[in-house]
Design a protein around this ligand. Sequence first.
Ligand SMILES: *[C@@H]1O[C@H](CO)[C@@H](O)[C@H](O)[C@H]1NC(C)=O
Ligand SMILES: *[C@@H]1O[C@H](CO)[C@@H](O)[C@H](O)[C@H]1NC(C)=O
Ligand SMILES: *[C@@H]1O[C@H](CO)[C@@H](O)[C@H](O)[C@H]1NC(C)=O
Ligand SMILES: *[C@@H]1O[C@H](CO)[C@@H](O)[C@H](O)[C@H]1NC(C)=O
Ligand SMILES: *[C@@H]1O[C@H](CO)[C@@H](O)[C@H](O)[C@H]1NC(C)=O
Ligand SMILES: *[C@@H]1O[C@H](CO)[C@@H](O)[C@H](O)[C@H]1NC(C)=O
Ligand SMILES: *[C@@H]1O[C@H](CO)[C@@H](O)[C@H](O)[C@H]1NC(C)=O
Length: 474
Amino acid sequence: MVSKNISHPILFIFLVSCNFSCSSAQTWIRAGYWYTGSDFPLPEVNSALFTHLICAFANVNFSTYQLSTPSAHEQNFSSFTDIVKRKNPSITTLLSIWNGKAATTQLILGQRANFSVLSKMLENPSNRKSFIESSINVARRYGFQGIDLLWPWLNTASYMINMEKLLDEWRAAVTSEARNSDLPRLTLTMAVRYIPTFESLIYPVESMKRNLDWAHVVAYDYHLHLKENVTGAYAALYDHSSYVNTDYGIKQWLNYSFPASKLVLGLPYHSYAWTIANPKDNNGIGAPASGFAVTKDGSMSYKLIKWYTRSYGGLIAYNDTYVVNYCTVGSTWINFDDVEAIRSKIAYVKAKKLLGTNVFQVGNDDEIWALSRAAQEEGNDHEKKPRLLLVIVLSVTSVVILIAFVVCFWQRELLKTRGMIVLGRSRSTSTSAVDSDAPNLKVYRFSSLKVATNNFSSENKLGEGGWIWSRLQG
Ligand SMILES: *[C@@H]1O[C@H](CO)[C@@H](O)[C@H](O)[C@H]1NC(C)=O
Ligand SMILES: *[C@@H]1O[C@H](CO)[C@@H](O)[C@H](O)[C@H]1NC(C)=O
Ligand SMILES: *[C@@H]1O[C@H](CO)[C@@H](O)[C@H](O)[C@H]1NC(C)=O
Ligand SMILES: *[C@@H]1O[C@H](CO)[C@@H](O)[C@H](O)[C@H]1NC(C)=O
Ligand SMILES: *[C@@H]1O[C@H](CO)[C@@H](O)[C@H](O)[C@H]1NC(C)=O
Ligand SMILES: *[C@@H]1O[C@H](CO)[C@@H](O)[C@H](O)[C@H]1NC(C)=O
Ligand SMILES: *[C@@H]1O[C@H](CO)[C@@H](O)[C@H](O)[C@H]1NC(C)=O
């Protein structure tokens, strides 16, 4: 059959062009955290939507300054890389370090968090050495390709100075380890505040530039019901009434000559619900508020926000002045990043020529990965422009060759048989596009969800919120 013959040149050219585009350097980071303490099963993470996934969190032992993984989650760390590579063999995996749990509990309880373990580790050269060595060992043991340090609250001058030393030593250690092991060097990344300054202090920008593969900006938790009595935009890209917004922070990072090519923008897949004083006062930001709503600390995953607003018939609005979505249900007001806000932020990342985005945290996306898909689609034009040209040129060429081939063949066949050629058409049955109106989406009843989540308690779900950052911004 003719159709069988002609499929080869197309396939061949297609494969060539695909190979070409797949082999060009990775230029756009789409990273995301997965938290071992969350209840979102790792095998369900659609890792094809990401270029990097970060397994969170290993702790620092306060007597040895070595890394330890929470024993209940040992398995989650050791199998992480294998599991996420099933859906995306080219994904890069990182191990994130954060001495969080004790400090987080203190933050939840409204106490001052105790970060003494990390600061003691930083202070002393031999502590830094054991930390660095064990971080490399643990990362290698579990097959990670990089290490991430999550500690965005450098708030004393000595932290800043010691962090500079740590980063120099760490980079030297991963470089020499790579040389000795013949493995690719471990990637080094770090989470930083939305702005490089803290009171009169400034991050060790030069050392970060030298040593990190990238820094990702915690560009959320700007306004929290815990601290404020008027609603504010949680992760505003712009805010003309205050400096606490992403655009201001990014401009500061760039002004302090941190390179755009090493800056990754944090995207929150969660937010907080506020109780507003006057339910009629629902036009968005700046309404008097009296605390939180819905969950025990107000924190809600994007998935829960979507479910909640759908269940209660709340209308989601978008304010492009701030780049934020918001919704009012009775006296509950939620502002968050929906697809529109995510798209605008990706466009911003492109315009500023930043390196990409990093999600906290991937399991909070909804059932159809709406946010991650939006981020991927929006980011793809950026990645693929030069390739697109190549693909078009190759496609046009292949079509021309194909037509010539078909014409030749057809004429010959026609002469031989005087028959008719019927090109078989196979119907494309693409199942990859997810219909957002799919009727089989699971819809939970509010009451059963409430029970299932223990009245939306976040106490057992330390990862749902981003509130680990709270009180650290602004
Ligand atoms: C972590 O690993 C254990 C098995 O060791 C598994 O039962 C659990 O579901 C994993 N946690 C998540 C969030 O996937
Ligand atoms: C810290 O390390 C010491 C010595 O190896 C060990 O005995 C202790 O249990 C560790 N602590 C934690 C919290 O892992
Ligand atoms: C902070 O934690 C360290 C180690 O866990 C402990 O030794 C210290 O007493 C704590 N400090 C405060 C103020 O709780
Ligand atoms: C909100 O808090 C500010 C101080 O942070 C206070 O001056 C103001 O009176 C408070 N407003 C209300 C309505 O409670
Ligand atoms: C930009 O950075 C310089 C230091 O490099 C600082 O002196 C200046 O105040 C910064 N500009 C703004 C607008 O913050
Ligand atoms: C965005 O919100 C602010 C404050 O609530 C409001 O003044 C402004 O008109 C809104 N803009 C749009 C486009 O909705
Ligand atoms: C959940 O809240 C309801 C009241 O809103 C209460 O009766 C129930 O005991 C709570 N359940 C749990 C597990 O906290």
